[in-house]
Write a protein that binds this ligand. Sequence first.
Ligand code: NOJ
Length: 972
Amino acid sequence: MRAISSLLLLAALPAVLAVKTEDFKTCSQAAFCRRGRALSERAGQDPNWKSPYTVTADTVAISPDQASFTAGVRSSLYPDIQFSLDVRVHEDGVVRVRMDEVNGMGRRYNETTSWALIAEPQVSRDVQWKIGKQDVRAVYGPKKDVEIVIFLSPLKVVLYRQGKEQVVLNGLGLLHMEHFRKKEEPKPAPEAPEGDVKTDDAQAVMQAPPNPRAWFEGETEDGYWEETWRSWTDSKPKGPQSLSLDISFPNHGHVYGIPQHATRLSLPTTCGDNSYYTEPYRLWNSDVFEYLADSTMSLYGSIPVMHAHSADSTVGIFNAIASDTFIDIAQPDAKSTYTHWISESGILDVFIMPGPTPEDIFAQYARLTGTPALPAHWALGYHQCRWNYVSSDDVRGVQKRFDEEDMPVDVFWLDIEYAEEHKYFIWDKKTFPDPKDMINDVSELARKMVVIIDPHLKRTSSYPVYKEATDLDVLIKQKDGQTEYEGWCWSGSSAWVDFFNPKSWNWWKGLFKTVQSNSGKFAWIDSTTDVHIWNDMNEPAIFNGPEISMPRDSIHYGGWEHRDVHNLNGMLFSNQTYQAVMARTNPPMRPFVLTRSFFAGSQRFGAMWTGDNLGTWEHMAVGIKMVLANNIAGFSFSGSDVGGFFGNPDPEMLTRWYGVGAFSPFFRAHAHIDTKRREPYLLEEPYKSILRDILRLRYSMLPIWYTAFREASVTGLPVVRPHYVVFPQDINGFEIDDQYFVGGSGVLVKPVTEKGATEATVYLPENQVYYDYFTNYAYRGAKGGKSITVPAALHQIPLLIRGGSILPTRERPRRSSPLMKNDPFTLRIALSNAGNARGELYLDDGVSYAHKEGQFIWREFTAEKQGKTIRISSADLGKAKPAEAVDGVALVKYNGGNTFAKSMDLVRVEKLVVLGLDRKPSRVKRVDGGELDWSFTAGTAASDGKEGTASILVIKNPVTHIADDWAIDINA
Ligand code: NOJ
């Protein structure tokens, strides 16, 4: 009961301090967090602690359709204040718990879900609530083994599965929704009696009356009405309105998620005995200069989603709140986890995702906030960025060098220096005199450009974008709600568009049009539809604002304060940019928008990166963990700056960083303006050739990546998957966050992030063969898991294929990915211990939305051992899996002979490589035809489970059309 609170006192690790931490608040510097933690401390010290919140029994109501339970809630401390509670079960078993103050003196922010959710979820019709004296409960689920119980006094909400507690809200009694109240004017001090003031009577008069609520709320009104931090004063016109809530997972020893933090995937504790950190995790989107590689500090984005995991089950919660939030994590024992969420404002709106598998959680979360958008295929290629390519000729020169060195690249990027005085959209014509010609030179090789558009607008009427925003009155306001907010950013004195204002949306779209309309409004006619967009600084970053951001009492559309919506701000910006880029063409093309700031739901609008990392080994390593955390929180399309943003990595570090990038969903090199140029062609040998090989490796594996992205876009499953997701019952894998699987392909990678490494240890979670991707060496896992050592010299990336997988690749080096469109495929068939394998390939035109109309190829490849024969075949998955997923519409419209599939008529399978046959075949033939051209190399790995090189059967030109059904028999 008391764990999180009492353990808090014992937390002893000294805080790790480094550059610029002083720019950001710690919990003890934020009044609402101080109050939340103090509440937890008081609870920890009081063995009889009991939450004052109770459900008023006579208000309990079940809606006529049984859809939801509602009730009034009161705190015994403030009997006159009313709260409403609403608990409902969604069709898929997710439970939504909402609580708000009603008839109060103010309005708590309740619109977070209107931005984060894709739609109002359907409520289950299959739930029967039972109202008891002490609780209200409902059993549900296909097996009727899930139960949601609302205990009335004190209020507690528990989700059980098979009678075991999965998620408990307010189990520790730390729920506190600070109601709106009037500031009491200080009473005049009573006059002291004349004479001897030390009499007992006189002292009694001087003392304030005892505060009966102090046991719960503390003795003082700590920072209720105003708060000054460094040189900023927050006026807090609504007074205290924080929300404290404990969420426990009594049967789950690991928690993951709540990105973005530079930390491990399995989140270390922040309080309690031997806690790893002392500061709670914070979610307050921030531009943290030279951030730490191991810290709970908030970074650029926030996704308040947490998974709790054990070998029994996985559960999750999505705490839909967009204000400043601190989260303490304690682990009273290895089997349970307590968390305490302290937010500055907003209603209580928690979604409990019952799992019970990680896959279920991904689907449940995707039904709430959407799946990641399927990116344009080219966006999975390599992106070359730096701050800055300084002129159009510079861009041309860089492109030329890539081509001379035969290094593939898809996208060249322009940072802020392209824009005259950092007025985005406006080219600096001194250095970029011919922007359209430059873009066309790039797109001639089927490449794209990405250009930065930041949210701060230079405040000068000669800047049409600012002028139009002012005329339209869509800028964020100061605390008076009238005057435009002004702050400093790259463009000097700047203003910020309020994307919460619907009036801004169409206008923003208009700016991106590449042709002039009759409206006379600004359109980016100096660009083309081959330009896509990078949204940076959208936390928003404001150089002279508190915590490098906007004052909390600034006012947005609808009168909401910035404090309420801060963590949503970045998402609204990238959302509108995404819509704008899509609206440039008819029919629309898939936009690419990179955002630095994000929230739950941002996955629908593009990609993110981990911001301004440092060129250090620690940052390289933590970048992988951050990308994994983002992936399990629904936002797969993520990566870190390859090379590190700050610093000049030596060639070894840079080489390893490309190994990390090539196995990140988003693969971009980027560097600070003060760094030396470090494009891959600039390196000496052998580094240059290694980088070329890594780039080519990424391109050859694009079919695997694209198939994984497509699956993510349909099911919500992450593109890169940590061990606990793939092997949820293997306890040895729960903390692994330096190796991971690429989609469902069976590719297991462990990028090297250590200086001087020549080998690496890889954990194999099962009794299965794993093949080295490059050497075909067959490693054997073992039941219960086993670690192996693999070669990892500079030119080697530990990359394994899980036995039982079939990988489609394209092996011809090209200059950019669209040029691979008609290239043939190779299928690597990595047989399992049992001699079977399976894989998938998804293909479409890569740029349009025709796939939503069924224009795609989706194949399933299988290898099945039937007696002495192994049959390898390809079947149409689109036909086999009708309408099972979120975008089921596309599957309904699918037919194998669609125009896209026909356009791929010339695309062959040029090679099948079968790994792990236990003997040389006698015959290899198509089931509907004759003998094929094949060769066999015996391996040293024996079929009885010994390690050694696998045998390799190569079958040449077996299939003339990738979209065909075919079958090949390998006879022993
Ligand atoms: C901050 C971004 O994080 C960085 O990537 C970019 O280069 C600079 N802003 C300049 O735009």
